[in-house]
Design a protein around this ligand. Structure first.
Ligand code: BAL
Ligand code: ZN
Length: 845
């Protein structure tokens, strides 16, 4: 497969002035008529070859200025001779949406026509310069019997069997969308700050109308928040969201017509958990925020993906922090970053936030581009301060509205508004890998010195790294726990750098990397006593949580290595926080959680040891059992205190209580054999309680009846059934997870072509650390079998699921041999997709 390089970028040789599309819908013979006006691009750097992307299209006719033209067609597109002046291209192609199982381009889901064009799906709809820097207005006419026919922009007319849409905002083809089907809407309206009245709709399959209200409220909250915080107003007369069951991603920000995986928009208390509600709120916000950061200002090329994704993730995390608890959101984001992005950045798939080459861009919708991309923006904000950040963003929107922009453009607005030179900061976009930050402390004559050393280990293609700009937020506490230096941001630019603090009466305790001010691994040789002190006294909730996390990690590692008992000093400190009812329950729930087994494996690997998944599992189980026994007398009271008596609401207050209650239940179930879980299951009137009860019953070996009754209750609800599939795998014993997953693949409801259902089973297996990394390789073999099967139908989802193998080199020789054999088997599959082939070959390297 061909590798595409950032350094080879050239503008397209023509400007597209206008696009007009006509769709005559048919499941296997949809006709797409395109009329496109091209004008030569005067830019001397532009490519001179007239090439239109097009894949899996049957070309029926092609004309230039009304005259038939002969074209050269390859599997990737077509070329032909064109005039040296403005001209009009007309083409008619035929496509078969019902046969499109890759879910890219125009396809069908439950009888509904829908599209997914990012990144390169539009070329499966018609011939077009399918690249983000080619922007145009679009007029779309849809013909068909479907009662609802939608596209981007504003409605431009409709009649019997047709509807027309016009999008006045120039956009790249990846933001094109079309939906047609038997849909019902949940309508609402929003008045923008300048008084513009906007029609809002969430479109769903009949029967799902009752699950739209929460999403609609989230949409209106997002519209208001973007006006209040970023000054961004909506710019069309209508904003449509459509829920689709078969979707590779979470959602897509098509201009004025967002298309959502139904799991990311449909919500009701009976069928959705608190976590689902929060995720839906965040994704609705994310897609809406793209209207400015992504749509009005888009990316010049796909290497700049983080320009829109990093910024939009940063914006949606600010939104969630404002609506819910900022510290809890920050800690949750760090857990996610360490759990998904750090392994990526420290393994064979490591790549810069702005990659420099790819074979298949779909493989770069990664935690690095999204989440590390957002961390980079968070660092910029921290370095320049909130006021300067706001000014830079205003300039960004003013200067680049309507542009296909680059990271250079983005950084320039910060340079121009602050006078800073961001040359060194830019390394965050070009250097891959997670910097390791060591800290040494010195105390003499009232002066306290922190000396930091940064080092980023080699990553694929990048053996040597230069120092990066690292904002290190620090606070100092005196020995009685009072803060003597409030949070201060130190700006580290050298490989080694010292910072001094004078005039202190006594040696302070430093709280370092407050709010997780940079995406680095902090290596701090700190005594357990000092960690316990920070756990008790730190005013920064992240550092307080992290101190406990470090103590938990140290305790578990000592249990694994030396058979030590759980660290009682840490448990004493933790107890004071967990049972402190003046603290936010969701913060206490985060404190109660121990590091994931996968994270512990990563820690051991980083320390030069070979992690044993079974030993890790045993140690975590022993620790959880010890916690349950230690607090046996106090947990029932805590369970009572967290019980919500008010009617269900998915707000931060109630969901925090339920989360802490679920954590308590997972401990008490170890002592009562599942009695409390059964009572909760029987009484549950919402999915949060029902699902946590079911998980605990399964883990207690008492789940058989509940698993059956849950199935009978929810078998008609696809999204709830995804939970049912996933939970059985996730809650299985390590030696049973593979068998449970295999048995579920034989269940009549295992619709493996549906990405949500496939991910429910195999995502849960991949996340079951001891189950997936079973010593006999059965986990690897089962996943490989199914990836080989899925690749023919859906390369994008297959390739993404391959990342389950990215940590294979951490483990012992036996496991490595099994993993290598599984990966090689995938690689050897005849006709393997470009997506999967790129992923597996990178993982194997
Ligand atoms: N642009 C793809 C989906 C998302 O990040 O919003
Ligand atoms: Zn996005």
């Amino acid at each position: 497969p061909q590798t595409i390089y950032l350094k080879d970028y050239k503008p397209f040789g023509w400007i597209v002035k206008d696009v007009s599309l006509r769709f005559v819908l048919h499941p296997t013979e949809t006709r797409v008529f395109s009329t496109i006006t091209f004008s030569p691009n005067p830019d001397p750097a532009a490519e001179r070859r007239f090439f239109l992307h097009g894949e899996h299209l049957k070309l029926k006719s092609a004309k230039i200025d009304g005259n038939p033209v002969s074209v050269d067609i390859t599997p990737e597109g077509l070329t032909c001779d064109v005039p040296g002046c403005d001209f009009t291209w007309e083409a008619e192609v035929e496509i078969a949406p019902a046969e499109n199982t890759a879910l890219e381009g125009l396809y069908m889901s439950n009888g509904m026509y829908c599209t997914q064009c990012e990144a390169e799906g539009f070329r499966k709809i018609t011939y077009y310069p399918d690249r983000p820097d080619v922007m145009s207005t679009f007029t779309v006419r849809i013909e068909g019997d479907e009662p609802v026919k939608l596209s981007n922009g504003n409605p431009a007319g409709q009649g019997d069997g047709w509807a027309e849409w016009h999008d006045p905002w120039p956009k790249p083809a990846y933001l094109f969308a079309l939906v047609a089907g038997d849909l019902v809407n949940h309508p609402d309206r929003f008045t923008t700050k300048s008084g513009k009245d906007v029609e809002l709709n969430i479109w769903v399959r009949p029967g799902d109308e009752g699950k739209c209200a929460f999403g609609m409220d989230a949409l209106k909250a997002s519209m208001k928040w973007d006006e209040d915080v970023y000054g961004r107003e909506y710019d069309l007369d209508i904003f449509n969201i459509v829920a689709v069951d078969d979707f590779n991603m979470g959602a897509m920000e098509n201009k004025g017509l967002n298309i959502f995986n139904s799991s990311c928009v449909l919500a009701s208390p009976e069928t959705s958990t608190d976590a689902n509600f929060e995720r839906i709120e965040a994704i609705i916000a994310h897609e809406y925020f793209h209207n400015w950061t992504g749509n009005r200002i888009t990316c010049r090329d796909w290497f700049q993906l983080c320009l829109k994704e990093g910024l939009t993730v940063y914006r949606d995390s600010q939104f969630t922090s404002d609506l819910r608890s900022a510290p809890v959101k920050r800690i949750s984001d760090v857990i996610d970053l360490r759990g998904r992005q750090f392994p990526e950045d420290q393994g064979p798939l490591s790549h810069p936030v702005r990659p420099e080459s790819f074979q298949e861009i779909n493989n770069f919708y990664t935690a690095t581009v999204y989440e590390k991309g957002a961390e980079v923006i968070g660092m910029l904000n921290r370095l320049v301060g909130d006021d300067a950040y706001a000014k830079a963003l205003d300039l960004y929107f003013d200067r680049h509205d309507g542009d296909a922009a680059t990271i250079e453009d983005w950084l320039k607005v910060f340079e121009d508004t602050t006078g800073r030179d961001l040359t060194q900061f830019k390394r965050w976009y070009s250097q891959s890998g997670t910097p390791r930050l060591k800290v040494a402390e010195d105390w003499a004559d009232g002066t306290y010195t922190l000396t930091f050393t940064q080092d980023t280990p080699p990553t694929p293609g990048q053996p040597d790294k230069a120092p990066q700009v690292i904002p290190i937020a620090v606070g100092l506490l005196n020995p009685n726990g009072d803060e003597v230096l409030p949070t201060t941001v130190l700006e580290m630019t050298e490989a080694t750098q010292s910072f001094t603090f004078d005039g202190l009466a006594s040696r302070p305790v430093a709280s370092i990397l407050r709010e997780f001010s940079a995406p680095v691994v902090l290596e701090r040789d700190q005594s357990p006593q000092e960690r316990a002190f920070l756990l008790a006294h730190d005013t920064d909730p992240f550092c307080r949580w992290d101190a406990s996390r470090e103590l938990a990690r140290a305790s578990i590692l000592a249990m694994i290595r030396d058979g030590a008992a759980p660290d009682t000093a840490w448990l004493d400190g933790l107890e004071r926080v967990v049972f402190d009812d003046t603290l936010d329950p969701s913060f206490r729930e985060l404190m109660l959680a121990v590091p994931t087994q996968s994270e512990l494996a990563q820690n051991l690997f980083e320390m030069g040891e070979t992690p044993d998944p079974d030993a890790i599992h045993r140690a975590v189980e022993t620790l959880r059992q010890a916690m349950a026994e230690r607090w046996a007398d106090r947990l029932p009271r805590l369970a009572k205190d967290t019980w919500v008596t008010a009617s269900y609401a998915p707000n931060a207050d109630q969901s925090g209580k339920r989360a802490l209650g679920a954590a308590v239940l997972s401990l008490t179930t170890r002592l009562d054999g599942g009695a409390a879980a059964q009572a909760q299951y029987d009484a549950a009137d919402n999915m949060t309680l029902q699902l946590s009860a079911l998980g605990n019953l399964i883990r207690a070996g008492k789940g058989d009846l509940a698993v059956k009754s849950f199935y009978n209750q929810w078998k008609e609800d696809r999204l709830v059934m995804d939970k049912w599939f996933g939970l059985q795998v996730g809650a299985a014993e390590p030696d049973q997870a593979v068998e449970v997953a295999r048995a579920l693949t034989r269940h009549p409801d295992f619709d493996w072509k549906n990405p949500n259902r496939f991910r429910a089973v195999f995502g849960a297996l991949a996340m079951h650390h001891a189950g997936f990394h079973r010593a006999d390789g059965a986990g690897y073999a089962l996943l490989a079998d199914w990836l080989i099967t899925l690749d023919d139908k859906n390369p994008q989802t297959t390739a993404r699921m391959c990342s389950a193998f990215q940590t294979w080199k951490r483990y012992d020789a036996g496991r490595q041999a099994h993993a290598r054999a599984a990966l090689k088997r995938i690689m050897a599959k005849p006709g393997l997709s470009r997506d999967t082939s790129e992923m597996v070959s990178r993982i194997l390297e």
